[in-house]
Ligand binder design. Structure first.
Ligand code: COS
Length: 384
């Protein structure tokens, strides 16, 4: 088994690491305070090919594989989880979903704009009463002549107020759960479509989270993504990609928590020696290092399955569960190692801790990942 990266994968790793070290990391604290990062950053990332990593070049993408995509998320996540979240929604949930389910016309219309950063996308699945129970959405899609009328509300939508195009999931037959769902590509300047920024978040403050309101939004039938009744499959297959992005980003966060902790432990003197010389500190550092390596290997394993074109639900759920929990544990241990300074926003651990807390909630909680794995192992669903 060869664990080494290909020349292309190494090249993109070095390029993104340098970009993130120069253009993201030095500003992360300020962006967290300001509650936003500059839009220009995304244009620059688009120019460098970081926004369309696994999308074929004919659609404006970079044409690399899923390991390369994970590397981009890891390196951006190492610097800033808010920027990484924006990127993963764009690439994993929106572009790859259009790649899999879109018509040729939809691919040509949207992918080049999304890969270049000219447009942003969002993924409108979650509603006030439908989070884990994604098939319970109340947004309706009713036939209206040769098009559709959409009505409903979405919440917790990353990129929600910034997006130019939204993938909207709706129900064609209320009460039919997953069987009646349908997905649409809705341009956000369509009449009746409005959004509102959500504030008061614990972390990821520099990323955009919004509510979407659809009030008699009329879309053509050509805006449909997949067939009528395919909406749930569109959503689940999108989450196979989205969860992979979250897992990769969390490997970066967990690695950052380790690196700042190693540095701090070598610098900080207590009882006349660096605290790195205390066994209980080394115990924490070793645990963090082992977990981050294991998380990265689970991500790469899922990436290899994706590269083969196989269904990746189970390896992705394993990677998402372990990597997000590892990021949380490592960020917490980073605070412990930094002592009182870990509790201050002058040091990174508190932001790492706040920013990764959502990772075991969004795109499927840790409990949902375990139930997906449990159903696979036993053949028995514990969802209903
Ligand atoms: N790709 C394509 N199709 C898939 C799929 C995937 N990864 N996973 C399931 N499907 C299909 C199934 O094949 C099935 O099709 P048929 O009816 O033709 O057999 C259909 O979708 C229903 O699948 P399943 O029975 O697995 O659905 P469940 O209702 O059991 O799913 C869970 C329950 C909890 C797994 C699902 O609702 C879920 O993942 N919820 C979490 C949602 C979430 O992550 N929300 C966070 C916010 S979104 S950013």
């Amino acid at each position: 088994m060869d664990f080494s990266l290909s020349a292309e994968q190494k090249m993109i790793k070095e390029s993104v690491r340098k970009f993130a070290a120069e253009q993201i990391l030095p500003h992360s604290r300020q962006w967290d305070h300001d509650g936003k990062f500059p839009r220009e950053l995304l244009y620059k990332m688009g120019e460098l090919g970081y926004l369309g990593v696994p999308v074929p070049e004919e659609y404006g993408g970079t044409g690399l594989d899923y390991i390369a995509e994970a590397i981009v998320f890891e390196e951006v996540g190492y610097a800033d989880s808010s920027v990484r979240t924006t990127l993963s929604v764009q690439m994993s949930l929106v572009e790859l979903t259009i790649m899999k389910w879109g018509t040729e016309e939809q691919k040509q219309t949207y992918l080049p704009k999304l890969c270049s950063g000219e447009w942003l996308g969002c993924f409108g699945l979650t509603e006030p009463n439908a989070g884990s129970d994604a098939a319970n959405i109340a947004t309706t899609a009713k036939r209206d002549g040769d098009g559709w009328l959409l009505n409903g509300q979405k919440v917790w939508i990353s990129n929600g107020t910034w997006a130019d195009v939204a993938i909207i999931f709706a129900q064609t037959e209320p009460g039919s759960k997953s069987r009646g769902m349908v997905a649409f590509l809705v341009e956000t300047d369509t009449a009746g479509f409005t959004s509102r920024k959500m504030t008061g978040k614990l972390g990821l403050k520099a990323s955009d989270t919004g509510e979407l309101f659809l009030d008699n939004v009329r879309v053509a039938d050509s805006a449909r993504l997949g067939d009528i009744g395919d909406g749930f499959k569109v959503a689940m297959s999108a989450l196979d990609n989205g969860r992979y992005g979250v897992a990769s980003g969390c490997v970066g966060t967990a690695q950052r928590a380790l690196d700042v902790s190693v540095q701090y432990a070598k610098d900080r003197i207590a009882f006349d020696k660096p605290i790195a010389g205390f066994q209980l500190v080394q115990d924490m550092l070793a645990q963090m290092a082992v977990d981050v390596e294991a998380a990265r290997l689970l991500v790469y394993q899922a990436g290899v399955v994706k590269n083969r074109g196989e269904v990746s639900t189970i390896p992705v759920s394993m990677a998402k569960y372990f990597a997000t929990e590892t990021a949380k544990r490592n960020a917490d241990m980073a605070i412990q190692i930094h002592g009182g300074y870990g509790f201050s926003d002058e040091y990174e651990p508190e932001r790492l801790w706040r920013d990764c807390r959502v990772a075991s909630l969004y795109e499927g909680t840790s409990q949902i990942q375990k139930l997906i794995i449990g159903r696979h192992l036993t053949g028995i669903s514990a969802f209903f």
